[in-house]
Design a binder for this molecule. Sequence first.
Ligand code: SF4
Length: 382
Amino acid sequence: MSGKRNLELYFHIPFCVRKCNYCDFLSFSGDEKTKASYMDALFREVREKAGNYTDYQVVSVFVGGGTPSVVSERDMAALLSTVRECFVLREDAEITIEVNPGTVTLEKLKEYRKAGFNRLSIGLQSADDGELRQIGRIHTYGQFLDTYGWALDAGFENINVDIMSALPGQSLASYVTTLKKLISLPKPPVHISAYSLILEEGTVLMDRYERGELVLPDEETDRAMYEETGRILEDHGYHRYEISNYALPGFACRHNVGYWTRTDYVGFGIGAASLVGEVRFRNDADLAGYLEDPSGREADREELTIEQQMEETMFLGLRLTAGVDRAAFQTRFKTTVEKVYGDVINANIRDGLLRYTDDGERLCLTEKGLSLSNYVMAQFIF
Ligand code: SF4
């Protein structure tokens, strides 16, 4: 045992080929010069801030975006070298990079592997090219198949594929076809993230919706898609370990489980959020300012109150199907979860939305609670 505390690192790469129609993430297209300057700024930020974390060992690295794969593989390798140089990186650390079909080659993926990435997250969203066009993705299902095959050839075994439900024009049957195509691949992905589309302000899809030009699946179909996801994937050996995440045994995303169990993490790059000790802080989202002074601008910083820490422990912990560990809550807050949330817990147990595990050690959402998770979790906010 090293005696060091665990730390997760996140790197935000904001560049994409072009904006998808549903996207409200901090992402935009950028020319090669801007990308190179951004990566230089990122290396500088790591060097300037790493000294704050000498008591920590890094257990996971996640390079997300945006589309990290639009940046050169050389820069990605340099990013991991900088991390190794500046932090104690545990030998068995999970090191993920997000990629999109249409932005990688076999050679690029081999370079990622050589650099030390050991997990890949591929954005597919749908196996139906018409649905992909509707949501403005840059790729086809055929390009996904190429990417997936190259990822395996490059030696990646730990691969996540993102899919989406409730897309414009999507039927339950076409959604199920996407799922079935994925699990029928000669070597299916070990991890699948399946999120439902949420229309966000300021996106192309929201504009179309407001003009009455968008046909979306109704709520009942949306619910049926969620239920089918669980049923089909669980029949094929996947375990739903979080509301929208499914993994074969041993392949839950350690980085994301860390977020949900409130492991300390530090985000680098514009808009990146961090939680260290009980302090939440976030980098400013302004690109020009970041390129000038990558460590100098914070958008906000707040020390969490005990109430906020309890709220987060509950609504993040309940995202996991394993639920909230009652003993850990008690050790941490010197009171029981029932003393703080007794009324909420009892009401939700009565409504069939929450339950205790058989050994009584954990509190978790029921099957019904999983599909009404936002409603349940909101009740844990003071
Ligand atoms: S690839 Fe992802 S981050 Fe980029 S525009 Fe599309 S949804 Fe947004």
